[in-house]
Design a protein around this ligand. Sequence first.
Ligand SMILES: Nc1nc2c(c(=O)[nH]1)N[C@H]1C(S)=C(S)[C@@H](COP(=O)(O)OP(=O)(O)OC[C@H]3O[C@@H](n4cnc5c(N)ncnc54)[C@H](O)[C@@H]3O)O[C@H]1N2
Ligand code: MOO
Length: 410
Amino acid sequence: MPLSEALGCRLAGSLTALVAVPGVDVSAMDGYAVAGRGPWRVVAQVLAGGEPYRKALEPGEAIEIATGAPVPVGAEAVMPWERASAVAGGSAAPGSGVAWVDGVAEAGRHIRRRGEDIAEGAAVLGADAVVTPVALGLAAALGHDTLLVRPWPRVAVLVTGDEVVDEGLPAPGRVRDAIGPFLPGLVEWAGGRVTDRTRLPDGPDALRAALGGPWPEHGRASREGAHWPERGRASQEGRRLPERGYASREGGRAAGADVVVVCGASSKGPADHLRAVLHDLGADVLIDGVAVRPGHPQLLARLPDGRLLVGLPGNPFAALAAALTLLAPILRELTGTPAVKETSALAGTVRAHARDTRLVPVRRSERGAAPVGHDRPGSLWGAALADALAVVPPGWGGERVELIELPLGG
Ligand SMILES: Nc1nc2c(c(=O)[nH]1)N[C@H]1C(S)=C(S)[C@@H](COP(=O)(O)OP(=O)(O)OC[C@H]3O[C@@H](n4cnc5c(N)ncnc54)[C@H](O)[C@@H]3O)O[C@H]1N2
Ligand code: MOO
């Protein structure tokens, strides 16, 4: 990836120095590079980025030199200009044009030798290191324009629902899309990028077209050999990945993504076509609902071309719960950065569900994680007040619970 896009990715191999730092012997000070004993005759001026002094410096000669400028052959030391004096009086400061200088030069001082900071070929960061802003600076200094990294997963979002609108006040019977707006930040927080967002009307045809099917023989013929775990392994071993994403044969809107997210249409109502379309396309449904509230109709499938499809329920808090427990872990797995496990006491009463696990918006405090309320599946109010979701198992009796972190931004 180009340096500008690699921030936050993990290196797929070690980062090595393509050049030495410094690349040649350079001056560490503004002053005079000298040979032999003083006083010295000033024979040239050399600035960083300017013409180097190509001859060997002879005993008794000096060149005026800037910090970072190449030190000529024969130079034995650099004398900072503050330590130099003009033989005929006046100033020895840079640019003064003095002809003869004298002073105390200590042999070898103030010359940075080639490779003294970093030797050419040195491995400076190991595979799996995160590309931080500082690592980008280091990589650039070492001559890199691109980095071999685990690429960030590309996520295509398809928002379904004839009643869903994108702006303004929703008319009676309409709702504002509350899922599309939270996905880019959540996806980025989990290591991916939303690269395409498409609104779809209800109905199987639009969904099928957006997913890029049909595939030959309903996709089953092309299923082998192109699925996601193979790519994961390839990237772990630091080999070059195949072409990013999977251009689907029919070129639907979600083509080229690694993960497709479908919002809504996950349940089994009259307008919920996702399962039927997946069946028609010959997709493998890997997870078909979970015993968790909210978010129970969530779905995971593998499309015939290898892309993963995550189905988020239409209720916004249910969609958030599914995005945190299904989508985010998939993205973290693809980028090689697992979430940190956290447990906490619960400060406050929570009613456990008889059969299902509940996800309860909480705020961490010294007394434990405190439920914030407002946790209906159709609204994001509670989750917006919270900094985590508490995982409350069925029949919970007051023991410590796992916390799922919420992306807080900033
Ligand atoms: N008979 C059953 N009905 C439902 C069940 C069930 O088990 N049996 N589960 C309920 C639960 S729980 C959920 S969650 C929803 C999931 O519904 P869908 O994923 O099929 O989504 P829709 O039916 O399209 O919409 C549900 C609800 O959410 C609103 N919505 C949809 N998209 C958005 C959006 N982008 N932003 C804001 N709100 C959205 C939509 O208007 C509906 O009100 O199914 C229950 N039904
Ligand atoms: O699971 Mo629904 O997801 O409770 O709103």
